[in-house]
Write a protein that binds this ligand. Structure first.
Ligand code: NAD
Length: 414
C-alpha cells in the first residue's frame, strides 16, 4: 500500500494553521493548539492464555482542557501509534468546541489486535492499562469512551477498575453498559448523529433524501448505526464494506440481515444475494452520500479523483488526507467534516457524564431531543459560516472551533 499523503496529525496541523491565518491569530496560538498538553505511553505486560508473557504498548494523549476535562475514545488496533493518537486527540478538542459542550480533547489506544485476544486477555489488558494511568484520568480530568476495537464491555472493565481504586465513579468513563450507568442512546449515538447532520446538509443543499443512495465503508458501531438511521430517513444503502470484504445491492441492502451475518461470522464478505465488490469499488460507488466509517486515510490523493458520490459525510475520524480534500474541493464534491458529522457520539457521552455526576437517568426521548438540538445548531452554524465566508465546510468548522478554544484560553488568563 502506498503511504498516505498526510497523517491525521499533519492534516490537522494544516487545517489548524489555515484557520489561525483566517482568524488573524498569532503563530504561537497555532503552535500551542498543535501540541498536546500531556502524552502518556505505558508498557503493559500480560500473561497470555498459553502461559506466555506478551507486552503491549498503550497511549493516552490529553490535547486540550481549557474548555473542560479531556474527552475521547480508546482504540484497540494493530496500527495504533503515538502520532495517530495525537492527531485523533486534537480532533476531539475541535469537535467538543464545535458542538459547544464543556469538554476538551483526548484520545487513547493500545497497539493490539483485539480479534486475536481472548475475552480474559482483553480484560486483563484493559484493567492493567487503567492501573498504569489511573492517576491521570477521571471525571474531572480525562474521560475515555469506545472507539475502534473497543465497546461497552471494555468501558465496563475500565469503570470497574477505576472504581476499585477511587470508589464508585461512573463519570470516569462513558459508553458503559446501561447496567453500570451507561446512557440510553449512546450505542447508536454516532450513527444517529451522522443521520441528523446528513439531514441538515440535505436541507441546506436542497437534496431530497427519500430515495437518495449511500455507500458505507466500515460495518462496526458507526457503520451499522448510520445504515439503520439512514433507512429511517428514506436513504437507500446500496454498498457496505468491512475489513474483509465489500458488498453491493442496487435495490438496497437489508441492514439487519447483514448485521446478523456480521455478528455470526465476523464479516459481511460474500453475503448471499449481494454482488461482491472490491474495497476500492466501494469507495468509488456512484451514490449521493459516501460515508467512510472505518479508519483514517481512506480517501487519498490516489483515489480522490475516482470518487463518484455527490458528497462525503465523514463518519470516521480523519478519513480524508489533505490532498484528497483539495482534489474533492476542486471537483465540487462537498465534504461534511468528521468534527461535525460524527460528533453525536461525544455529545451523548457528555449526556452520560452529566447524568452520572448528577445521579440522574434521562429517558431516551430526552437524549434524542437534546442530541438533535445540539447537533442541529452546530450544523446550522457551520453551513451558514461556510456560505457567508465562501468556505468549504471543514474550514468553516475549524474557524468556529478554533475561535472557541482561543476564547477559553484567553479567559483563563493565558
Ligand atoms: P468498530 O471497531 O466498531 O468498527 C470498525 C469497522 O471498520 C469494522 O467493521 C471493521 O471491519 C471495519 N474496517 C476496518 N478496516 C477497514 C477497511 N480497510 N475497509 C473497510 N472496513 C474496514 O469502530 P467504530 O466505533 O465503528 O469506529 C469507526 C470510525 O468512527 C473510527 O474512525 C472512529 O474513530 C470513528 N468514531 C467512532 C465513534 C464511536 O462512538 N464509536 C464516534 C466518533 C467517531
Amino acid at each position: 500500500m502506498m503511504p498516505a499523503d498526510s497523517t491525521t496529525k499533519s492534516a490537522y496541523e494544516s487545517f489548524l494553521k489555515a484557520a489561525c491565518d483566517r482568524l488573524g491569530y498569532s503563530e504561537t496560538i497555532a503552535s500551542l493548539l498543535a501540541l498536546a498538553a500531556m502524552e502518556i505511553k505505558v508498557e503493559i505486560p500480560i500473561i497470555r492464555d498459553n502461559g506466555e508473557l506478551a507486552i503491549f504498548t498503550g497511549y493516552r494523549v490529553q490535547h486540550q482542557n481549557a474548555r473542560g476535562p479531556c474527552k475521547g475514545g480508546l482504540r484497540y488496533h494493530p496500527q495504533v501509534d503515538l502520532d495517530e493518537v495525537r492527531g485523533l486527540a486534537s480532533l476531539m478538542t475541535m469537535k467538543t468546541a464545535l458542538v459547544n459542550i464543556p469538554l476538551g480533547g483526548g484520545k487513547g489506544g493500545i497497539t493490539c489486535d483485539p480479534r486475536s485476544l481472548s475475552a480474559r486477555e482483553l480484560e486483563t489488558l484493559t484493567r492493567k492499562f487503567v492501573k498504569r494511568i489511573h492517576r491521570e484520568i477521571g471525571p474531572n480530568s480525562d474521560i475515555m469512551a469506545p472507539d475502534v476495537g473497543t465497546n461497552a464491555r471494555v468501558m465496563g472493565w475500565i469503570h470497574s477498575e477505576y472504581s476499585a481504586i477511587y470508589g464508585h465513579s461512573p463519570a470516569a468513563v462513558t459508553g458503559k453498559p446501561i447496567a453500570l450507568g451507561g446512557s440510553a442512546g449512546r450505542e447508536t449515538a454516532t450513527g444517529d448523529g451522522i443521520a441528523i447532520v446528513t439531514r441538515e446538509y440535505a436541507r441546506h443543499r436542497n437534496i431530497r433524501l427519500d430515495g437518495a443512495t449511500a455507500a458505507i465503508q466500515g460495518f462496526g458501531n458507526v457503520g451499522i448505526n448510520t445504515a439503520l438511521a439512514y433507512r429511517k430517513l428514506g436513504i437507500k444503502v446500496i454498498a457496505i464494506s468491512d475489513s474483509r470484504g465489500a458488498v453491493y445491492r442496487e435495490d438496497g441492502i437489508d441492514i439487519e440481515a447483514l448485521a446478523k451475518r456480521k455478528r455470526e461470522r465476523g464479516t459481511i464478505a460474500d453475503a448471499e444475494g449481494h454482488e461482491t465488490i472490491s474495497a476500492g469499488e466501494l469507495l468509488e460507488t456512484k451514490c449521493d452520500f459516501l460515508v467512510p466509517a472505518a479508519l483514517g486515510n481512506a480517501v487519498t490523493g490516489d483515489n480522490a479523483d475516482r470518487i463518484s458520490a455527490g458528497a462525503i459525510i465523514e463518519g470516521a475520524n480523519g478519513p480524508l488526507t489533505r490532498q484528497a480534500d483539495e482534489i474533492l474541493a476542486a471537483r465540487g464534491i462537498d465534504v461534511v467534516p468528521d468534527i461535525l458529522a460524527n460528533a453525536g457520539g461525544v455529545i451523548v457521552s457528555y449526556f452520560e457524564w452529566v447524568q452520572n455526576l448528577q445521579r440522574e437517568v434521562w429517558p431516551e426521548e430526552r437524549i434524542e431531543k437534546e442530541l438533535a438540538r445540539i447537533l442541529g445548531k452546530a450544523a446550522g452554524e457551520v453551513f451558514s459560516h461556510a456560505r457567508d465566508k465562501k468556505l468549504d465546510y471543514r474550514s468553516a468548522a475549524f474557524d468556529i472551533a478554533v475561535a472557541r478554544v482561543k476564547e477559553a484560553l484567553d479567559a483563563t488568563g493565558f
